[in-house]
Design a protein around this ligand. Structure first.
Ligand SMILES: CC(C)(COP(=O)(O)OP(=O)(O)OC[C@H]1O[C@@H](n2cnc3c(N)ncnc32)[C@H](O)[C@@H]1OP(=O)(O)O)[C@@H](O)C(=O)NCCC(=O)NCCS
Length: 202
């Protein structure tokens, strides 16, 4: 914690590529979501080896065995020609002189979890990880163009609120629009909502 009582991730934590060696060294991680915990304990390493998802860990600088949060990132794109018209217009409005049918380069947040011990304590670790990713992909050092951060956010109030609070917007304004686009049957739940953040937005 800094002198203002708030936790500063860049000063009080270290970012590491999340490997099996790091996981072995650290205390077991849980974010109270069994699917995510399972992913981070097994599949994350397979994704890394297969180059389909890269996971980063933030560990407590004063106690490096404590993982504060994990995020898995992958290259992605938003293919405007495959979007429903209203969603396409919503996205293209954000880009000046957008070419019709362009594929916008994006980075996908494949997974995100904050250690349950650090959630809801006013430390804002999840939000600071998102801020880090925003700066990272806007940086002049970024090797490729990347316009959006995208995520399939769990369709529950808390998670959607978290992403909205961090500047993300739903691509499909209503569940009906998104359900129709995904061709879901009436009895199939809409498990996630597709959200995006425009990296040109400050
Ligand atoms: C969602 C998550 C990454 C947010 O990280 P965090 O560090 O707890 O959140 P922050 O402190 O930065 O932001 C707090 C905001 O997020 C919301 N939030 C969402 N889920 C929350 C949770 N489980 N605990 C606390 N706040 C949560 C709060 O309502 C809060 O809003 P407010 O500031 O307006 O009150 C984290 O809670 C988590 O790992 N949850 C379980 C896994 C999950 O749902 N991952 C998202 C996958 S799409």
């Amino acid at each position: 914690m800094d002198k203002h009582g708030s936790f500063n991730l860049s000063e009080n934590a270290m970012r590491l590529p999340y490997t099996e060696a790091v996981a072995r060294f650290c205390a077991p991680f849980t974010c109270d979501n069994p699917d995510l915990d399972d992913f981070f304990s097994t599949d994350a390493f397979f994704y890394d080896v297969e180059l389909i998802g890269k996971t980063y860990a933030w560990v407590d600088a004063s106690d490096p065995r404590q993982i504060l949060g994990l995020i898995t990132l992958a290259n992605d794109s938003v293919k405007t020609h495959s979007l429903a018209t209203t969603a396409r217009n919503r996205l293209q409005r954000t880009v000046s002189n957008a070419k019709r049918g362009i594929n916008f380069p994006a980075v996908l947040i494949g997974r995100l979890g904050v250690s349950s011990a650090y959630q809801g304590k006013g430390m804002r670790i999840g939000s600071q990880i998102i801020d880090y990713v925003k700066d990272w992909f806007r940086s002049s050092e970024n090797k490729t163009g990347c316009r959006f951060i995208v995520v399939d956010a769990y369709n529950n109030e808390k998670t959607l609120h978290f992403y909205e609070r961090n500047g993300f917007k739903k691509l499909y304004k209503t569940e009906e629009e998104e359900r129709a686009f995904l061709n879901l049957n009436a009895d199939e739940p809409l498990a996630t909502r597709f959200m995006f953040f425009d990296l040109k937005k400050r």
